[in-house]
Design a protein around this ligand. Structure first.
Ligand code: ADP
Ligand code: MG
Length: 624
């Protein structure tokens, strides 16, 4: 019979599994048990919604058996089984192709350890086995098939005999090596311990036939051996346990077993709500964004259970986009099992639960912000951007929910601060919440436009994410205080602005001439009220700032939108004397000066000089 090849990516992954020096090989068992449990979930679900399918509760179980002589470990389930096609498709290709990409990305950093944490499911069997045999009979088929593989070479598939619907996976356990003791995976006590450790919450019984001994009949000292089925797991799903019976380690273990994340969660939220609609949620905030979080591929959602029965693996309607980082599950007895996906979207109870979950996540995050700032900063580092997109999208519809969760770097505090903290600290004479946008904290710190605001002792929020200014434009005001960019036309310093207005009027012809020289590159040239030591800067008139222009220009379908720029000149700077002189005696020179100053201002903004050759020539002319 022909050996079939694995898909290329699966092959690489298999190779990795087989040759892995990963120490935590034992996780293969939880992977196989979790697959078995998933398969039983599917049957169970079918029996509830399809009247042609009926089961007894006793029909659902997982069985483990070990044979030390043959070196085999067998995991049998009474789940939904696989057809021939499903065997090929599910076991011949890797389901979550992203995990490999992830592994490659992180290999350099974390070594091979990532394998076990990420969980690559079925293939992990090859860490302990050199021959894997899967016999399966699908609920939808009369025939049963055997799939067999020794690893990377490929697999074989053929008809077989199997009476019951379900799957039986047999691992031929590897021989011991100098460094590895594989025998232990055939040992009853080890197997029991592994199941307690990793699979205790599995809701179907995991049975094993164990040897016991009892007094021989009629004797009071002679014993005899007999075999009896023992259930190895407690079967209570963790979210149904009492909160105070659980330790954080239990949650962490569950989180990783379920592959919600590949390292311990940053925050666990376990709550039960009783009322018209009762439900339990177990939610997690991951410690880091998954590799695909900010891509289109990422799918948000929570597992949805109806009274302990899984009805949907990723119910997107339970989470708003801005909280899409949340992982976990919801279990409610009030949801109908029979509900279709389409109907579920409009389900009143589901909407109610979704709203409650949103509120819960928000309040937990606010608590974290207040009481555990370090943790919150870690959270914000990973998911802050998503919150900001949330503020910006839907025309700001969710800004009320999210604005209190935002933090920005502060010029005076030298750390991340919330809007509330900013406003509480504002000086009496301060009208606005000031912000400055730029590429990095270091660059913003040096912006000439921040000079006067800093000089007055006002705090400035630094916006380093592209989305920041767009989000703030949506918020507009926080606690009655308007946001103001340090580059916007007026800064609310009346005395200084009066002064610069006077200067501008006094030098009207000069500024008009410079404006003329620059053409429509700028809307106006004027005396600045925001500079102290720097010679020039750009400010902007209108809603669109220069930073926003930069961001928009990088978008694929930008309409070449431009901010209305104003060239501001520091009339107290020495160079202004030279400008005045040129205006009186050498107009061509002033033209050149105007261009030079404008280009300088562009450079300070991090914008490209429009004609670098001209700029260089002009500088040389000056040097000569
Ligand atoms: P995952 O469980 O994340 O989908 P796995 O590699 O563990 O990835 O399993 C791949 C697929 O193989 C599963 O999605 C399922 O369709 C199928 N499968 C694995 N084990 C079983 C089983 N015991 N019964 C039925 N289907 C199974
Ligand atoms: Mg799996």
């Amino acid at each position: 019979m022909a050996t079939k090849q694995f898909k290329a990516e699966s092959k690489r992954l298999l190779d990795l599994m087989i040759n892995s020096i990963y120490t935590n090989k034992e996780i293969f068992l939880r992977e196989l048990i979790s697959n078995a449990s998933d398969a039983i979930d599917k049957s169970y679900y079918r029996s509830l919604v399809d009247e042609n399918v009926s089961f007894n509760k006793e029909d659902f179980y997982i069985r483990i058996s070990a044979d030390k002589e043959k070196r085999t470990l067998t995991i049998t389930d009474t789940g939904i089984g696989m057809t021939k096609d499903e065997l090929e498709n599910n076991l011949g290709t890797i389901a979550k192709s992203g995990s490999l990409a992830f592994k490659n990305e992180n290999e350099a950093k974390d070594g091979v350890d990532i394998i076990g944490q990420f969980g690559v499911g079925f293939y992990s069997s090859f860490m302990v086995s050199d021959l894997v045999t899967v016999k399966s009979k699908s609920i939808n088929s009369e025939e049963s098939y055997k799939w067999e593989s020794k690893g990377v070479e490929g697999y074989e598939i053929e008809l077989t005999e199997k009476a019951e619907v379900g799957t039986e996976i047999t691992l031929k356990i590897k021989e011991n090596t100098e460094d590895e003791n594989y025998d232990e995976f055939l040992d009853e006590y080890k197997i029991k311990a592994l199941i307690k450790k990793y699979s205790d919450f599995i809701k179907y019984p995991i049975k094993m036939l164990v040897k016991k001994s009892k007094l021989k009949e009629g004797s009071d000292k002679e014993y005899e051996d007999y075999f009896e089925d023992e259930v190895l797991n407690s079967m209570v799903p963790i979210w149904r346990k009492n909160k105070n019976e659980l330790k954080q380690e239990d949650y962490d273990q569950f989180y990783m077993d379920k592959h919600f994340g590949f390292e311990k969660p940053l925050k666990t939220i376990h709550s039960s709500v009783e009322g018209l609609t009762s439900y339990t949620t177990l939610l997690f905030v991951p410690a880091r964004a998954p590799y695909d979080f900010y891509t289109k591929e990422f799918q948000k959602g929570l597992e949805l259970y109806s009274n302990g029965v899984l009805i949907m693996e990723k119910c997107a309607d339970l989470l708003p986009d801005y909280f899409s980082f949340a992982q976990g599950l919801v279990d409610s007895a009030d949801l109908s099992l029979n509900i279709s996906r389409e109907l579920l979207q409009h389900d009143r109870q589901l909407k109610f639960i979704a709203k409650k979950i949103k509120d819960k996540i928000k309040s937990e995050l606010l608590l974290m912000l207040k009481n555990d700032r370090e943790k919150y900063e870690q959270f914000f580092e990973s998911f802050g951007k998503q919150l900001k997109y949330g503020v910006y999208s839907d025309y700001g519809a969710n800004k009320e929910v999210l604005q209190d969760l935002l933090i920005f770097y502060s010029s005076t505090e030298k750390k991340l601060v919330s809007l509330d903290e900013y406003v509480t600290r504002m000086k009496e004479e301060q009208k606005y919440i000031y912000y400055a946008a730029g590429e990095s904290i270091e660059k913003i710190d040096k912006l000439p436009q921040t000079e006067m605001v800093k000089d007055k002792g006002f705090e400035i929020l630094y916006f380093t994410d592209d989305v920041d200014e767009f989000a703030i434009k949506m918020i507009m005001k926080y606690k009655e205080k308007e946001f103001k960019s340090v580059s916007s036309k007026d800064l609310g310093f009346e005395a200084d602005e009066k002064e610069s207005k006077k200067e501008t009027e006094e030098n009207k012809e000069l500024f008009d001439f410079m404006k003329e020289a620059l053409g429509d590159k700028v809307k106006e040239v004027k005396a600045s009220s925001r500079l102290k030591t720097h010679p020039v800067c750009l400010s902007n008139d209108g809603e669109l700032s220069i930073e926003m222009e930069k961001v928009l220009s990088m978008m694929p379908d930008n309409n070449n939108v431009k901010a209305d720029k104003i060239l501001e000149v520091n009339t107290n700077h020495e160079m202004f004397t030279a400008i005045k002189e040129a205006f009186a005696n050498d107009k061509d020179k002033l033209k050149m000066y105007a261009n030079l100053l404008y280009n300088q201002a562009l450079l300070i903004e991090g914008l490209p000089v429009e004609d670098p050759v001209q700029f260089a020539n002009d500088v040389c002319k000056l040097i000569k």
